[in-house]
Design a binder for this molecule. Structure first.
Ligand SMILES: C[S@@+](CC[C@H](N)C(=O)[O-])C[C@H]1O[C@@H](n2cnc3c(N)ncnc32)[C@H](O)[C@@H]1O
Length: 371
């Protein structure tokens, strides 16, 4: 039921009163995506310096320019290029890629999967110089010969919160206590038990973490959309062995607003971005179950270097001179130096019906390679 006149906090509290408790996953989904009032669906400025956080395309336009080289390599294998980007934010990455493709005379279809009208309007405005199609769901993509790309999409899916107890695995639900949000542990959704069984993970008692079941559904839909081609997923996260280590025994859920961070997800619902780290082992495992090959897993730094970052920097030096080179290299360093976003962010390359790999995953990563 859509309630226009109430605040998001009131809407959630009324729903909890009706149902007595809702899963943390549903709470998070409302906070992020409730029509017109959720974090991503309202009119607030989210991205960039004036927003809440910076993503790679805002750090440097070289992000899209370098990844465009990967799309060109893919075009070489497929003799055709259709890029489908999901979670495109304000369309900044798309603009960077399309500009580079245009400069190099490479033709490509570009589709953005955007479920939210507010973001689609911003993207249309930012991309008016380019030919782009929009669809509201990946299910609208059929027989794709190309590449499905996302940057920081998966971390924005709502997650189940779970805690391992002496009585087995429990799931966090949100209820009300004297009108305030309070967590209660209830029996976990059976799909969560199954999730850990398939990953062969057993959590020690007291361990809390997140389970992103939506990303598995997402991956299956990507598989169904592709006839032949690739899925490039960029996000922060770890393989299971690092994600479920003792030092992450309270999980990885974080909330961001105005470049500040909190781990408390119950402050001003809808005003904070809520994210959790991606389990790349899960993406690989379920991808293989659906028929996707895992062609590589690396850190963003080595992905950009393998994709041609050095060649592009040389091109800038020759065409634009040293001072332009120095300024651009300074911003690129945030994405290619060990210990920076270059190692926090990972890249997973999966494919369907094609085994040729691409330059981005050809270098030895700074991180653990096994998933
Ligand atoms: C952290 S933002 C990513 C921003 C952008 N990629 C960038 O680099 O600036 C995550 C985005 O994913 C979008 N999103 C969430 N679920 C989605 C879905 N099922 N399909 C497409 N986009 C989705 C959100 O609306 C949000 O814009």
């Amino acid at each position: 039921m859509y309630e226009r006149s109430k605040s998001l906090e009131e809407i959630i509290k009324r729903r909890i009163e009706r149902e007595s408790a809702i899963s943390f996953r549903d709470y998070m989904e409302i906070c992020l995506y409730y029509p017109e009032k959720g974090y991503y669906t309202s009119q607030r400025k989210i991205f960039g310096m004036k927003g809440d956080y910076l993503t790679s395309p805002y750090i440097t336009p070289l992000f899209g320019r370098i990844i465009a080289e990967q799309f060109i390599e893919i075009e070489g294998y497929l003799n055709k290029l259709h890029i489908v980007e999901a979670g495109a934010g304000e369309g900044i990455f798309a603009g960077q890629v399309l500009k580079r493709l245009e400069e190099k005379g490479v033709e490509a279809d570009y589709t953005i999967v955007e479920p939210f009208e507010n973001l689609k309007t911003v993207q249309e405005n930012n991309l008016k110089d380019f030919k782009v199609d929009w669809i509201d769901s990946i299910e609208g993509v059929k027989n794709l010969k190309g590449c499905i790309f996302s940057n920081e999409l998966i971390d924005a899916f709502p997650v189940h919160l779970v805690e391992s107890t002496e009585d087995g695995l429990k799931e966090v639900f949100v209820t009300l206590d004297k009108g305030e949000f309070r967590e209660v542990l209830m029996k976990a959704d059976s799909r969560i038990e199954e999730y850990f069984k398939k990953l062969e993970i057993s959590l020690p008692s007291g361990y809390r973490t997140e389970v992103n079941l939506d990303c598995i559904e997402w991956l299956e839909k990507c598989h169904d959309a592709l006839k032949i081609g690739y899925i490039i997923t960029i996000d922060y996260g770890y393989p299971s062995v690092d994600l479920y280590s003792q030092k992450r025994n309270s999980g990885t859920l974080m909330c961001y607003s105005k470049h500040t961070v909190t781990s408390n997800p119950y402050i001003s619902p809808g005003m904070w971005d809520m994210t959790s780290h991606v389990n790349f082992s899960a993406l690989k495992l379920w991808g293989e179950k659906f028929g996707l090959s895992c062609l590589g897993y690396t850190d963003l730094a080595n992905f950009l270097l393998g994709a041609g970052a050095e060649e592009i920097m040389k091109e800038i030096m020759v065409n634009e001179g040293y001072s332009s080179y120095a300024i651009k290299f300074q911003s690129l360093k945030t994405l290619i130096m060990p210990g920076s976003m270059g190692t926090t962010f990972k890249v997973l390359l999966q494919s369907k019906n094609i085994r040729e790999s691409i330059g981005g995953v050809s270098r030895k990563p700074f991180i653990r390679e096994e998933l």
